[in-house]
Design a protein around this ligand. Sequence first.
Ligand SMILES: Nc1ncnc2c1ncn2[C@@H]1O[C@H](COP(=O)(O)OP(=O)(O)OP(=O)(O)O)[C@@H](O)[C@H]1O
Length: 377
Amino acid sequence: MNAHATTDPVTTDAAASVLHAAAVDLHIEGVNLSYGSNHVLKNVNLDIRPGEFFAFLGPSGCGKTTLLRLIAGFNTADNGRVVVGGRDISDLPPWKRDVGLVFQSYALWPHMSVARNVAFGLEERGVARAEIQRRVAAALEIVGLGHLADRRPSQLSGGQQQRVALARTVVIEPKVLLLDEPLSNLDAKMRVQVRRELRDLQQRLGLTTIFVTHDQEEANTVCDRIAVMNDGVVQQVGTPVELYEHPANLFVATFLGTANVLEGAVVGAGAERHFEGLGGMRIAIAPDAVLPDQARLVFRPQVAKLSAERPTGASCFAGEIMRREFLGSVIRFGILIAGQEITVDEVFQPGLREPYGIGQSVWVEIPANSALWLGPG
Ligand SMILES: Nc1ncnc2c1ncn2[C@@H]1O[C@H](COP(=O)(O)OP(=O)(O)OP(=O)(O)O)[C@@H](O)[C@H]1O
């Protein structure tokens, strides 16, 4: 981490090598878990690669934390396996799993110094004193807190406490690092800073890492790949761009970014095939597009083009501007078409007069190759 001005990058890299462990893969195979009659995890299968920064992303209550705690050994599955680096750890207690979990609350000991907090896990394991000193110094150096080793947690900012919690976990040299909403106690500005630091730290250590969050921006900016979850079911796994560009279903499309979803019917065949929606909407369908049954038209706000005059392309429809939100780089318009409001973003051009206003009639054009055709699921 570079947040501490006196942290020398060479020293920091050297510190990382003190704690370096070989990156391992992690597999979750056919896991089901119930709390009484509440079936929380439903046939979860995931393959996480060595050194990958992986996110469990989904709305509150979808089972992210339950799955993370299952990997850590604090929850027991009804069936299925967790395999880390080729070793089935499903029946091992938490302390034998070589897995480090950073809690949302940090859970630091208030009466101990930063250094003692970080050393505690090593003392518990009976590690020799000189080795503890070496590893604690390295862990604090990595998180940029070498100069605050003697402070108490209450004398640190939220971001610094979070880094102590991280140092305390990486110092035990886990094979896998698990982070349970690690940024949720920080204010918006700190979150952005700390998430960059987290990414840097993870890259330096090369540790296979799983990050639980309900915040898509956090997952998108920090992680290599994401498992999107809903109601205990993994909906899709992919890179942030893959999930955004090729969502597998309506849930993924609408959970990651803004998406317009329009109901209608696919009509005609061959070159004549097209989508007919409300208000006389007619959208061309690329001839090679493979459509699911009962296809809905889904498109992102920035792919639609607005114009005051009817465009020459066939894939357009008329609407009225109901809402205008200035977001900085774009202006977001709410456009009413046949009783439904859709969202269209126009790039904001500083210095130019805005071409559209509330109440204005406009045409919305959707290029055929930027439409997503998704089924009801
Ligand atoms: N110890 C428990 N006993 C009974 N039910 C539980 C327990 N822990 C979680 N649940 C239930 O399991 C479901 C999944 O909870 P979980 O905490 O894994 O969700 P989450 O996706 O992490 O949500 P959040 O983002 O709000 O933390 C919820 O319905 C929750 O009420």
